[in-house]
Design a binder for this molecule. Structure first.
Ligand SMILES: [Zn+2]
Length: 276
């Protein structure tokens, strides 16, 4: 499978425009530490897809040689977008793709329902077709804009781990993971590559850094400390992505990198090409 990591940051990116935390300040001082919003480019049997449509999507497409347009003047290899959830940082890039003629969007039904306002806005510009994603539910946490008064159903399918395969190799991608269900174990055990939620290093990080009154888990993200031992036992290559700017891993000199390396785990980087 052709696979390129397009971005590796959680919401806001690194640096985040309104943030002067050590992680963001470090990325301003050292441009090599910059991370755009988490996304992937994958080539499947039926075309090239971007996984999640981030605010950075146009630059991310440009950064991936096989997603660039041509040879015709308005001919793009991009068939569509596969969504893990309906969070703004993973979906507002859909609006950025309004120049397309047609786009296929793959998601769970509840994510499609939440994005109806986007579909309405895009209708005069681009023909959207919707299809199901090969998804394993990993959190019932809905986006803040789709709160309990928004008329949208309770569902375990608000956030998914995606199984992506081209017939020869399989990737499991789960940039947000609030729970670890048995069905995920089965998918991970047979995956050639696993790229998962590395938003926070430990459960107290959001509270300690003052970005939230909730723990990482309450925010819908199992922290790395809670998943690394289990990932280390998997047969496939395992990488963390979706790093928040508070995560110590945004500093390449952080000792946490050694902890992961000793377990045989990696941290994904923007632009990384993964051979599967
Ligand atoms: Zn910051």
């Amino acid at each position: 499978m052709r696979l390129q990591v397009l971005g590796t940051a959680a919401g806001g990116g690194v640096p985040q425009w309104n943030c002067a935390c050590p992680g963001c300040s470090g990325a301003r001082a050292h441009p090599g530490r910059r991370r755009s919003h988490a996304s992937l480019a994958v080539q499947l049997d039926d075309g090239c897809f971007v996984v999640n449509a981030t605010p950075d999507i146009a630059d991310q497409i440009e950064a991936c040689p096989w997603l660039r347009p041509g040879p015709g003047p308005r001919q793009s290899p991009l068939a569509g977008v596969i969504l893990t959830d309906a969070e703004l940082d993973h979906t507002i890039g859909l609006l950025r793709l309004r120049e397309a003629d047609t786009l296929q969007v793959r998601s769970t039904p509840v994510v499609r329902e939440a994005l109806r306002p986007f579909a309405d806005i895009l209708r005069p510009y681009v023909r959207l077709t919707w299809a199901a994603a090969d998804a394993i539910p990993v959190s019932g946490k809905r986006p803040r804009y789709a709160g309990h008064d928004a008329g949208l159903p309770e569902s375990p399918e608000w956030v998914s781990a995606l199984r992506l395969t081209d017939g020869t190799s399989t990737l499991v991608y789960a940039p947000a993971m609030g729970v670890w269900p048995a069905a995920l174990d089965d998918a991970l055990a047979t995956a050639d590559c696993v790229i998962v939620d590395g938003t926070f290093w430990d459960d107290e990080e959001p509270r300690r850094t003052g970005i939230s009154a909730k723990t990482a888990t309450r925010m819908g993200h199992l922290p790395i400390e809670a998943t690394m031992e289990r990932l280390a036992r998997l047969p496939g290559r395992c990488l963390y992505t979706h790093l928040n700017n508070t995560n110590p891993l945004v500093d390449p000199d952080a000792e946490q990198h050694k902890v992961l390396a000793e377990l045989g785990l990696e941290v994904a980087a923007d632009g990384m090409v993964i051979d599967l």
